[in-house]
Design a protein around this ligand. Structure first.
Ligand code: HEM
Length: 411
């Protein structure tokens, strides 16, 4: 039987790493019938292919191109939005939009957000019961990134849950190939409502610029005339969409990893005031079981790679989570070790599409974990059936029940 993954199988969804290890050892580049494309599992190959201009990041154009006309008309707004997302574009359009996003997301501008992030972290912890059980995803890992990205874009906090619903509806379309009955109509409705919402926001910021990322981008776009209104709106939608679910899962997967490795949790508690230790710890969370499972590319020309041939139009799944467990780069790769130097992990991608939000996601995690350890006296996993997301791009938990006590008097 030809080698393949079982991406919809319960074992893979709960723990994809054994299957990735088998693939890296036996068949590091293979054609998957289950995924309808090539699968690449080794670090060196994933990294090199993320920089290879023979592969295109435009996986949406071909998808819409293959749709029947009447179906395509039903998702017109969705197509107009996602095909303008930098993450799905190649140079030169990507270069232009990326330069504008970089302006708003440069590491120094993000570092200035640290006090705001800390205030949001504290407010969320203040709302925990003083003792008892909470769903860490619902009470912390979801609202923290959602409110921070809303702050950054200048969106009122009252609208955060609405934006989350739209994002989920877009995510059902963008992140999974699984068919659900109304997935297209819901994603189209979300795209229309978001277009309206961010269109209004862009106009309001034009008239009265604020100190938010949307205002900086709009100002730069207007001065340099390098971004159309449609592109600006689509970019706001992308930042909102890309900015929270992934970070939620960095926090959720990270806490799960700590709670299942009590000795590492104890080390982080002991070293929580040492920025270099915390920084390395967050990189290890990203590497060991981060939010990124895979990124997809499409061959634009015939590409020979490690004995395989990607024909034009074929999809290539770059398994970032597998690359991050590659023993030729990371010693004892299945071990969760907070003090290892894992900064070269591929959780944020590599090359021209390297995550624009990486400084923000890192900041949130570097602020959140020490503060949680500071303010929660005890934390343990509650008995529960863990449910992992079943899409191939983002890996994370639907909920994470923990037992905890708040305020151990060390504040
Ligand atoms: C832990 C959290 C995060 C992870 C694991 C993550 C992961 C990634 C990855 C793997 C890519 C590359 C996609 C590709 O190669 O096709 C990417 C791109 C991107 N991410 Fe993130 N991301 C995170 C947080 C964020 C945040 C907080 C934002 C925004 C505020 C953001 C915005 C973006 C954008 C706009 C791109 C596209 C960049 C481009 O195409 O040039 N991400 N992210």
């Amino acid at each position: 039987m030809p080698f393949d993954l079982d991406p919809a199988g319960a074992a893979f969804i709960a723990d994809p790493y054994p299957a990735f290890a088998r693939a890296r050892a036996a068949m590091p580049v293979f054609r998957s019938a289950a995924l309808g494309g090539w699968v690449v599992t080794r670090y060196a190959d994933c990294r090199a292919l993320l920089k290879d201009a023979r592969l295109s990041a435009d996986r949406m154009g071909p998808f819409f191109g293959h749709m029947a006309d009447d179906r395509r008309r039903q998702v017109e707004r969705l197509e107009a939005t996602v095909t303008r997302w930098a993450v799905f574009l190649d140079p030169p359009d990507h270069t232009r939009l990326r330069a504008l996003m970089n302006k708003a997301f440069n590491p120094r501008a993000i570092e200035r957000l640290a006090p705001l992030v800390l205030a949001r972290v504290d407010a969320l912890i203040d709302a925990f019961p003083s003792e008892g059980r909470i769903d860490f995803i619902r009470e912390f890992a979801y609202p923290l990134p959602a409110t921070v990205i809303a702050d950054l874009l200048g969106v009122p906090l009252a609208d955060v849950d609405l934006l989350k619903r739209w994002s989920d509806d877009l995510g059902a379309f963008v992140l999974t190939a699984r068919a659900t009955p109304d997935k297209y109509s819901r994603a189209e409705a979300a795209a229309r409502e978001m277009e309206q919402y961010f269109g209004d926001l862009v106009e309001a910021r034009r008239r009265a610029p604020g100190e938010d990322a949307a205002s900086w981008m709009i100002g730069a776009a207007d001065r340099e005339a390098r971004m159309s209104r449609e592109e600006l709106v689509a970019t706001c939608v992308l930042l909102l969409f890309a900015g929270h679910e992934t970070t939620t899962h960095l926090l959720g997967n990270g806490l799960w990893a700590l709670l299942t490795h009590p000795e590492e949790l104890a080390r982080l508690r002991a070293h929580r005031r040492e920025p270099a230790f915390v920084e390395a710890a967050v990189e290890e969370m990203l590497r060991w079981d981060g939010p990124s499972l895979a990124q997809v590319r499409v061959a634009r020309e015939r590409t020979e790679w490690q004995g395989a041939v990607f024909e034009p139009g074929e999809r290539v799944f770059l398994m970032l989570a597998s690359a991050n467990r590659d023993g030729s780069v990371f010693a004892d790769p299945d071990r969760f070790d907070l003090s290892r130097k894992a900064a070269q992990n591929l959780a944020f991608g590599y090359g021209i599409h390297f995550c624009v939000g990486a400084p923000l996601a890192r900041l949130e995690a570097r602020v959140a974990f020490p503060r949680l350890l500071e303010r929660l006296g005890r934390m343990s996993l509650a008995p529960q059936d863990l449910r992992w997301s079943d899409n191939l791009v983002v890996r994370g938990l639907h909920s994470l029940e923990i037992d905890m006590t708040r305020d151990n008097g060390e504040r």
